[in-house]
Design a protein around this ligand. Structure first.
Ligand code: 6PG
Length: 235
C-alpha cells in the first residue's frame, strides 16, 4: 500500500508553527469529544519550539491531554540539551497540563531499562492520537538514524551511536510512531532540502519508514521545500 503524504508549504517557520498548532488543537478536540482523552507524542530538537511556545499561550481542555516523547537524549534531568528541558521551557513550565500527565522518558537511567520501562508505558496507550516529529538533515526522525537497524518488534529502543550528539538516546521505534491516528512532521530550513528531495524521490530514509492509515502531513517552509515542483496540495 502506498503511503499518502500531504506536503504543505508555508512562507516561513512561523507560519509552519502556526499551522501545526491549529492542527494539534483540532486533533485534540476531536479526540476529547470522541474518547475523552488526547494522547500526543512530542518531537524534540529545535523545530517544534515555536509551536510549543504558541501552545503555551492557547486555551484548551488541558486536563484531558497526555503527552509522551518521541525520543530523549541520555542526559541528566534538567540538562540543557535534553528534549524534556526544551519542551518544559518552551511550553510545560506554564503549568497547563497536570505533571502526572506528562510522560517523560527516563533517559537519565540505564538505557536498556529506560527503553523497557517506556515501552510498557507506550504499550498501554496505543494508538496515539497524534505523533509530532521533526526530521534531521540526514533524514532521521526521532532518534532513528540512517544505517541503524532495530528490532522492528520493539516499541522503544536504546540508541548508543547516534551521529547527532549525544550518541546515547532512547527513541520510540516505528512500531510505536506509526501506531497513531495522525502523523504530523515539521520541517524548516534550507539544511533539510536534500533530505526532503530524497524523501520525495523515494530514497530509503528513516523518515520514509513512517506510516499512518490517515496519511502523513508534512508542513514545510519555503527554505526546506527549496526548488521542488509545486506540491499538489500546496498549503
Ligand atoms: C532530537 C530530535 C531529532 C530532531 C531532528 C531535527 O532529539 O534531536 O528528536 O529527531 O527532531 O534532528 O532537529 P531540528 O528540529 O533541531 O532540526
Amino acid at each position: 500500500m502506498t503511503q499518502t503524504i500531504r506536503w504543505s508549504r508555508f512562507p516561513d517557520a512561523d507560519a509552519v508553527a502556526g499551522e501545526a498548532v491549529q492542527r494539534i488543537l483540532h486533533a485534540a478536540q476531536v479526540a476529547i469529544d470522541r474518547r475523552g482523552v488526547f494522547r500526543m507524542v512530542l518531537a524534540g530538537g529545535s523545530t517544534p519550539q515555536k509551536a510549543y511556545r504558541l501552545l503555551s499561550g492557547c486555551d484548551a481542555d488541558w486536563s484531558r491531554w497526555h503527552l509522551y516523547l518521541g525520543d530523549e537524549r541520555c542526559l541528566p534531568v534538567g540538562d540543557a540539551e535534553r528534549n524534556s528541558t526544551m519542551i518544559a521551557s518552551a511550553w510545560l513550565d506554564k503549568g497547563q497540563i497536570p505533571p502526572e500527565q506528562v510522560h517523560w522518558i527516563p533517559a537519565e537511567s540505564d538505557p536498556g531499562a529506560a527503553a523497557q520501562a517506556y515501552a510498557a508505558v507506550v504499550r498501554d496507550v496505543l494508538p496515539f492520537d497524534l505523533v509530532l516529529l521533526g526530521m534531521g538533515e540526514d533524514g532521521h526522525t526521532a532518534s532513528l538514524f540512517p544505517g541503524q537497524q532495530h528490532d522492528p518488534g520493539q516499541l522503544v529502543v536504546a540508541v548508543d551511536n547516534a551521529p547527532k550528539p549525544p550518541a546515547r538516546r532512547i527513541s520510540l521505534n516505528f512500531a510505536a510512531l506509526n501506531e497513531t491516528r495522525m502523523l504530523l512532521v515539521l520541517v524548516t530550513g534550507a539544511g533539510k532540502c536534500t533530505a526532503i528531495t530524497d524523501w520525495r524521490a523515494g530514497k530509503a530514509l528513516p523518515v520514509a519508514r513512517l506510516s499512518c492509515p490517515a496519511g502523513i502531513d508534512v508542513l514545510l517552509d519555503n527554505d526546506a521545500w527549496c526548488n521542488q515542483e509545486e506540491p499538489p496540495d500546496a498549503g
